[in-house]
Ligand binder design. Structure first.
Ligand SMILES: [Zn+2]
Length: 329
């Protein structure tokens, strides 16, 4: 079991906020630039097989034409091809269906290949038997965390109201992390939840999907800024630099995308610091906006001004530490 690594006191980070970066002291990143390629990790991708039948958001009546390009199977071989081309040999597979069956489906890939270095699965945290379900799932050391599909749930404050105390205790007992799939409207409840559970290591997927395509007066901008600044300052939460191209107006080049994202990265660096930002792709959802290589190139440009240590941390070492991933084979 490697859960202990990330269970290390989230409150410690909270206390430091976005203050001086300690990444340089982290042995995992001390070798920085020279080893950078070897340590890269995609902290957020999906694998799915439609015939399994539980991907309602993707195949249901309301799923819409916009998702048509990804309404097909995405298998291990597909993931291996795109990551290998980017020189990435480890990835975290994240749940895409609200069923424990899908989590077991993903855990099988982790047994098959070192490419799937960890799994973020799903369990109904509001179910009366949640604690037993979570303990059973967590018996597999490849399970690193759980992700309720908060963005699809009818209550924006579901996370503060519905999970049972036993479910949260079971997550903590198994040293599981919590992946927050949220939009700006969920950030205030998320802050209340994480403040109440400082011993539950958390990561905010896709930087909480800022409304990058919306006009300046859109109320989501203020919600996002206030919410993320507070989460950075007052909690130990990490944030994923992932899934952002699908939230933006269409771009034609990595340079254009990087220019649009530069202010956002500056905000995340100020609020979370380089030791709490974790790179991921959100492949294959990413491909609705751009190929894997374009996102990789975009973020390479975006991170170019950082020190080699901080770049290596964001592109892999932070993910390894947070999710407690085994060393690269
Ligand atoms: Zn995703």
């Amino acid at each position: 079991m490697t859960h202990d690594a990330a269970a290390a006191p989230p409150g410690d980070d909270a206390a430091h906020g976005a203050a001086p970066d300690r990444t340089a002291q982290d042995p995992a990143t001390r070798d920085g630039g020279a080893q950078q390629g070897a340590h890269r990790i995609d902290a957020h991708c999906h694998l799915w097989r439609l015939a399994r039948g539980d991907y309602g958001w993707l195949t249901g009546e309301d799923s819409g034409d916009a998702l048509a390009p990804i309404r097909r199977d995405f298998e291990l071989a597909d993931l291996a091809a795109v990551t290998r081309r980017a020189g990435i040999h480890r990835a975290v597979a994240v749940q895409a269906a609200p069923t424990v069956e899908e989590t077991y489906f993903l855990l099988r890939f982790a047994r098959e290949t070192p490419l799937v270095a960890g799994v973020v699965g799903w369990a109904d945290l509001s179910a009366p038997d949640a604690a037993a379900t979570i303990a059973a799932l967590a018996a597999d050391p490849a399970l690193k965390g759980l992700r309720p599909m908060l963005q699809d749930l009818p209550e924006d404050d579901w996370i503060t109201r519905r999970p049972t105390a036993a479910a949260l205790a079971a997550m903590k007992a198994a040293a599981l992390r919590f992946d927050a799939l949220v939009m700006p409207r969920h950030l205030a409840p998320l802050l209340r939840f994480l403040t109440a559970h400082p011993d539950l290591p958390a990561i905010i997927d896709h930087a909480a999907k800022p409304a990058l395509a919306a006009p300046p007066g859109d109320p989501r901008h203020a919600l996002w800024r206030a919410g993320m600044a507070a989460l950075g300052r007052e909690t130990g939460a990490r944030v994923k630099l992932s899934g952002l191209l699908t939230e933006m107006p269409p771009v034609t080049s990595a340079a254009e995308a990087a220019a649009l994202l530069r202010p956002l990265l500056a905000d995340l660096l100020e609020w979370f610091g380089p030791s709490r930002i974790v790179w991921g792709s959100d492949w294959p959802v990413l491909t609705l906006a751009a190929p894997y290589a374009l996102w990789d190139e975009t973020t390479t440009l975006l991170l170019a001004d950082l020190s080699p240590d901080n770049r290596a941390a964001i592109q892999g070492a932070n993910a390894a530490r947070f999710y407690g991933l085994e060393d690269a084979p």
